[in-house]
Design a protein around this ligand. Structure first.
Ligand SMILES: Cc1cc2nc3c(=O)[nH]c(=O)nc-3n(C[C@H](O)[C@H](O)[C@H](O)COP(=O)(O)OP(=O)(O)OC[C@H]3O[C@@H](n4cnc5c(N)ncnc54)[C@H](O)[C@@H]3O)c2cc1C
Length: 574
């Protein structure tokens, strides 16, 4: 079936809905989601959204910009960090006007809490910059955006799985996929396409991300010849529930929670004397794993405690009700009485599809724009988070750059004609699915996926080195070969979630390879990328962005410079 729109947005999270709402002022817009749209992962964002509103204490966008650049270990493009920090307050007020029910302080203003790496006066002490709605911030923003998209006539297609980008006349002119319920191919023909498909945490065994976070958008762009930028920078959040990976939001430490090792010590004082438990995530994750490696885990085991017991039931109920209910449900623990066992969990991708400040996808290291294609949100790399994202800076990235992309899409749609639909658009989808459905191979998806997740977790996570990365790459190569022999046990077209799993696994294997490959190339330690064999940051050789592209002759590597404007790279201590 062929649908025609001015603009098609793949992804119904906060990035996709923000762009849709903006573009729909003048365009006919469709939003596509492989899951029921309101279930997009953005809805599980808990702790807050950053903006230097200064409602609780003095704050300035310049301080926010500085924290973002330093938090990103100076790999952040500073012109982009400036846009984020400057535009954040206005975007927050707009969200409030859309009806987002933020928590309020006693003066009736939006309440703000501290968060990791956000400081006053260029690093002096933590500042209250994170706006929030209890610990359900993403949920309430999603709901408001969704309602307004409905009012604007944005058409939302639930449970449509997109498998390819369509191109003609040198531009992107739509997407192709199929309806999960029926297996029927679906073509969306449009002047502009925005990828807002979220992250790819499911590549790792332990992650705080939803099952849908399989990196399909990264793979769509990568398959279309677009390079992926800075894929080595994967964030591990320090406080996932031990073994499960489910997030205990940083809001818990913002409200006063303390990390303790097996000796009961508040060990972050040793690693970050100024910010302690509110240091950036890369630093705390390494600290936790160092405590464990040096035998100071709890009872010699591979976790530490997050202690909230001193906060009291009332504060936990008011500010952290979701966190405490997760802990009760999954561990049977009352957080007001007992500490929570935690360990790092894969949480966020700093790298992704390279874009400029209005969401254009950049096709090469010279920043050539690929006409008709945009990206925003976690799948994009506008390079605002550099080598390590600060907590609450993703949600503000989604609304700042989602809105900018939506604005530019409206301009592009007004100025361009609809390119013709390439012939064979439908057959490309059919062939992709058919190949998997008809395969007689005996390899199993679950087995290959489990081996990929184990390899990435053991050999390419918080601490890395050359032998492990080389082994990981070798293993992923082997898994890719086995994937070509995958066979499905269910061959039907209706609701074939095994087929979806297979397509997602194909995407994840490519991205796992890109992550390990980029990590092997980068011979330094910066932000979330820590090499035991190169433990220092090396600005002389490595203050640059990695670009990896797929070519018929294998992976091609390129680099591009980091934009440095106000803040010269300095040693990063907290
Ligand atoms: C537990 C948790 C808590 C967090 N809390 C915070 C926080 O408090 N503050 C903060 O700043 N950040 C937070 N983050 C990070 C932030 O929530 C995410 O980075 C962000 O929500 C990603 O939004 P997005 O719009 O890019 O994509 P998502 O919200 O992930 O949406 C992706 C969309 O793409 C669709 N999609 C994907 N592939 C396909 C396909 N092949 N075909 C069709 N549709 C597809 C999905 O169906 C979905 O609609 C948190 C992350 C986690 C994991």
């Amino acid at each position: 079936m062929i649908h025609q729109y001015d603009a098609v947005i793949v992804g119904a999270g906060i990035a996709g809905l923000t762009a849709a709402l903006q573009a729909s002022q003048t365009c006919h817009v469709a939003v596509l989601s492989k899951i029921y749209a309101p279930r997009a992962h953005s809805g599980s964002a808990q702790g807050g959204i950053s903006a230097a509103l200064g409602n609780e204490e003095e704050d300035h966008w310049e301080w926010h910009m500085y924290d973002t650049v330093k938090g990103g270990d100076y790999l952040t493009d500073q012109d982009i960090a400036q846009i984020l920090a400057r535009e954040a307050p206005q975007r927050l007020i707009e969200l409030e006007h859309l009806g987002v029910p933020f928590s309020r302080n006693t003066q009736g203003k939006i309440e703000q809490r501290r968060f990791g790496g956000h400081t006053r006066n260029f690093g002096e002490a933590p500042v209250r910059r994170a706006c929030y709605a209890s610990d359900r911030t993403g949920r309430v923003i999603m709901d408001a955006l969704y309602d307004h998209c409905m009012v604007r006539g944005v058409e939302i297609f639930d449970e449509v799985f997109i498998t390819s980008l369509l191109r003609s006349e040198g531009k992107v002119c739509g997407v192709a996929g199929y309806k999960l319920a029926t297996g029927e191919p679906m073509i969306f023909h449009a002047k502009a396409v925005l990828l807002a498909t979220g992250g790819c945490g499911r590549i790792f065994k332990t992650t705080s991300m939803a099952f849908a976070a399989t990196g399909d958008g990264f793979a769509l762009a990568y398959d279309a010849g677009v390079p992926l930028e800075d894929m080595e920078f994967v964030q591990f959040h320090p406080t996932g529930i031990h073994k499960l990976g489910i997030l205990v939001s940083e809001a818990a430490r913002a409200e006063g929670g303390i990390l303790r090792n097996g000796k009961g010590e508040a060990f972050m004082e040793r690693y970050a004397p100024t910010l302690k438990d509110l240091a950036p995530r890369d630093i705390i994750s390494r600290a936790i794993l160092t405590e464990i490696a040096e035998d100071r885990g709890i009872n010699g085991k591979d976790f530490v405690y997050l202690d909230l017991s001193h906060l009291g039931k009332a504060q936990l109920e008011q500010k952290l009700s979701e966190v405490t209910s997760f802990v009760q449900t999954y561990l049977g623990i009352d957080a007001s009485q007992s500490p929570i066992p935690v360990a790092p969990t894969c949480h966020y991708m700093m790298g992704g599809i390279p874009t400029d400040a209005v969401g254009h996808v950049l096709a090469d290291g010279k920043n050539q724009v690929l006409g008709g294609l945009y990206a925003a949100g976690e799948c994009a790399c506008v390079s605002v988070h550099g080598a390590n994202r600060l907590g609450t800076n993703s949600l503000i990235d989604l609304v700042v750059f989602g809105k900018r992309a939506g604005t530019d899409i409206a301009r592009y749609v007004a100025q361009n004609n609809l390119p013709s639909l390439p012939s064979g658009a439908e057959s490309a989808v059919k062939e992709k699915a058919q190949g998997l459905l008809e395969s007689q191979g005996n390899e199993r998806i679950s087995q290959i996926r489990a081996e990929m997740q184990k390899t990435m977790t053991q050999q390419c996570s918080v601490f890395r080195d050359r032998p492990n990365l080389e082994e990981a790459l070798c293993k992923i190569g082997e898994l890719k070969a086995r994937y070509a022999q995958v066979g499905l046990s269910f061959k039907g077209k209706r609701c074939n979630y095994e087929l979806e799993d297979a397509l997602e696994l194909g995407n994840m294997l490519k991205l796992a390879e890109a992550i390990a490959y980029s990590a092997l190339l980068r011979q330094e330690s910066r932000g979330a990328h820590f090499r035991n064999d190169y433990p220092q940051r090396n600005d002389h050789d490595w203050l640059k962005h990695t670009l990896l592209a797929q070519t018929p002759n294998g992976i091609q590597v390129d680099y591009k410079p980091v934009t440095v404007t106000r803040f010269k790279p300095r040693a990063r201590t907290y």
